[in-house]
Design a protein around this ligand. Structure first.
Ligand SMILES: Nc1nc2c(ncn2[C@@H]2O[C@H](COP(=O)(O)OP(=O)(O)OP(=O)(O)O)[C@@H](O)[C@H]2O)c(=O)[nH]1
Ligand SMILES: [Mg+2]
Length: 349
């Protein structure tokens, strides 16, 4: 195999990976929090939240990092009668369907959810606004059981029910993990990349995924030796490294807004990692990071990476340097994402 063959193989693997999209549709009671759930699942403000019911009218799904989530408008209305609803909104095309409710279900909703369940698609039921559920003398567990029993009696089958709050993010991790469990291989990874981590476990899975992306992008950047690194006898593709860093930041949900918000946290270890993330967002920053790793004695176990990027690329000095720079960048993002998650968990408890 030549270096070109190896490069093409990595490119194809990334292209196949990038062509995958996960499509999720949310149905449910107007105002039950479908838009809020989309934002909680992806960890970004992509969907508009309305205090008035049924503000959803946009026909476009919300897209974020390989995910496409659709907050579907109310069904069985004059505008969208139930008879033509499934065809109108191409319900068949979704990978997974979420039936969202926040309190008692009306007959039209029950009929609709029954019809959705018939579609032979993964379908999860979400009781949102769980933070508002309270009844004197009843525990949360008893209330949950009551909700499930009522649903089973009304629907005539036992659905998978998740209890969430978009106010505290309680239950969002369970829902997100359940969505991932319903998906297959490449789609599972796509969900992992695009969805927000609401637990340490989810964050660890993201870390593994990012390390795999580091291997692949490092392979391409090392093979595309277009930019010489000053002072080092190596040339790499800085643009590809910049794409990798952007992708890693997005995977950890570290948008500029979120970074600037949490910059004020003031915890030293996070401050350093945060500075690194911001510094390495630029071309000059990336070159300085590469020089840092090039100046250390680089000994990488090429055999370990050969199955991923091919023997010639794995044995190159450029690959070893980019690998190390990439891993250090992933670890910085992970440190910051972990601090943000801890902050969320503190608020929830
Ligand atoms: N307490 C509480 N309020 C919530 C929760 N989720 C959403 N809300 C509030 O409920 C209202 C409606 O939320 P949306 O996310 O716009 O609901 P929706 O289902 O998309 O609404 P339509 O698109 O109009 O059908 C907003 O005021 C939200 O802030 C939750 O888990 N707990
Ligand atoms: Mg909405």
């Amino acid at each position: 195999m030549s270096i070109l063959d190896e490069l093409n193989r990595i490119r194809q693997e990334l292209e196949a990976y990038d062509s995958v999209e996960v499509k999720v549709a949310l149905f449910g009671t107007p105002g039950s929090g479908k838009s809020s759930l989309i934002n909680a699942l992806v960890g970004q403000h992509v969907a508009k939240i309305g205090v008035e019911n049924d503000v959803t009218s946009a026909e476009q799904p919300y897209r974020w990092n390989g995910l496409s989530l659709r907050d579907l408008p109310g069904f069985d209305t004059e505008k969208f009668p139930i008879e033509t609803y499934f065809e109108r909104f191409k319900v068949e095309e979704y990978d997974i369907l979420l039936c969202v409710f926040d309190n008692k279900l009306r007959t039209a909703e029950l009929d609709f959810f029954k019809a959705v369940e018939q579609l032979d698609k993964p379908c999860l039921f979400v009781r949102n606004k769980w933070d508002t559920a309270w009844q004197p003398g009843k525990s949360q567990e008893e209330l949950k059981q009551e909700t499930v029993d009522n649903l089973v009696a009304q629907l005539g089958f036992a659905p998978q029910v998740y209890f969430t709050s978009c106010k505290t993010n309680e239950g969002v991790d369970e829902l997100s993990s359940a969505i991932m469990d319903c998906l297959h291989d490449a789609k599972k990874e796509r969900w992992l990349e695009g969805a927000q981590a609401h637990s340490e476990h989810f964050l660890e899975l993201k870390h593994k995924l990012c390390m795999r992306l580091v291997h692949l992008y490092s392979g391409i950047a090392a093979a595309n030796s277009v930019n010489p690194i000053p002072g080092v006898d190596v040339a790499v593709d800085v643009g590809v490294i910049s794409d990798l860093f952007r992708r890693v930041r997005n995977t950890y949900g570290l948008s500029p807004d979120i970074l600037s918000h949490y910059r004020q946290l003031g915890i030293p270890v996070v401050a350093q990692a945060m500075n690194n993330i911001l510094n390495y967002a630029t071309r000059d920053g990336i070159i300085s990071l590469l020089k840092r790793f090039a100046s250390e004695k680089v000994v990488e176990d090429a055999a370990k990476y050969a199955p991923v990027v091919g023997q010639i690329i794995a044995a190159s000095l450029g690959f070893a340097i980019i690998q190390r720079a990439g891993r250090s960048f992933v670890n910085d993002c992970h440190t910051v994402a972990e601090a943000i998650l801890q902050d969320e968990l503190k608020y929830r408890s």
